[in-house]
Design a protein around this ligand. Structure first.
Ligand code: SF4
Ligand code: SF4
Length: 233
């Protein structure tokens, strides 16, 4: 079934696919929800005890449209998330046609899942760095009760080969990056959206940076765009 799944994912335009063991997630410390610092992401078996495989899907992003915003009536979303979601639903339907159940979830860490599916390591910018695409990726995941061979996992506690590079830390306008973590109270994206912070001055500063033309709408992604690990892709 894994070969057929790979073919389906390729036909849908996914750049990467990895299968992680749902039982592995419990061996590592929990990750906080980025948007709600007092809440934690869940392990796959907490969401669905019958989950047998975690399917991690990666979409290679072109930097030119990384910040593009899609608008429809009163709805908006970033370009790549819209594409990713649409394709995830099609793959979920494919699983159901095979007689298996599959669920899309946003409650499991996609970055942890990508590392446990062998798709890269966490870089200093706290993003998953893949050997070919660097961090120019968006990930989605599906939980399924289909049994498939797991890919060789990487260690989530092992960092990407950043060496002496600190470009992402240096470029961050909010000074949000240190020690392989992003402090979301300092990242300008949530600040510009008024999340995490009621600090009007911080929100005004975020909007001022956006208007300089370095970023578009509420996106920034400078920590992603500056990474030399992206260059191989
Ligand atoms: S998105 Fe921008 S502000 Fe947020 S951590 Fe990255 S570089 Fe810093
Ligand atoms: S910009 Fe440099 S320090 Fe940051 S993740 Fe990329 S390689 Fe690592």
């Amino acid at each position: 079934m894994k070969d057929e799944l790979l073919g389906q994912a390729r036909n849908l335009g996914f750049s990467l696919l990895g299968i992680a063991d749902p039982g592995l997630f419990e061996r590592y410390p929990r990750i906080r929800k980025p948007a709600e610092s007092d809440k934690y992401l869940q392990h796959p078996h907490e969401i669905w005890p019958d989950c047998r495989s975690v399917v991690v899907l990666g979409l290679h992003c072109r930097e030119e449209v990384l910040d593009a915003i899609v608008r429809m009536d009163n709805l908006w979303g970033t370009f790549y998330w819209e594409i990713l979601c649409h394709r995830e639903y099609r793959l979920r339907d494919w699983f159901r046609q095979q007689g298996c159940e599959a669920k899309i979830t946003n409650d499991v860490s996609v970055k942890r899942a990508a590392v446990l599916a062998g798709l890269g390591h966490i870089g200093r910018n706290s993003l998953v760095a893949h050997p070919k695409y660097g961090s120019n990726l968006r990930f989605g995941l599906l939980l399924t009760d289909a049994e498939m061979a797991f890919d060789e996992p990487n260690d989530p506690l092992e960092s990407a080969p950043c060496g002496d590079c600190r470009r992402c830390e240096d470029v961050c306008p909010g000074g949000a990056i240190s020690d392989y973590r992003v402090d979301f109270s300092r990242c300008i994206i949530p600040a510009a959206e008024g999340r995490f912070s009621n600090d009007e001055q911080k929100i005004r500063e975020a909007r001022r940076i956006q208007q300089r033309g370095e970023v578009v709408e509420v996106e920034c992604n400078l920590c992603q765009k500056t990474c030399p690990l992206n260059e191989a892709g």
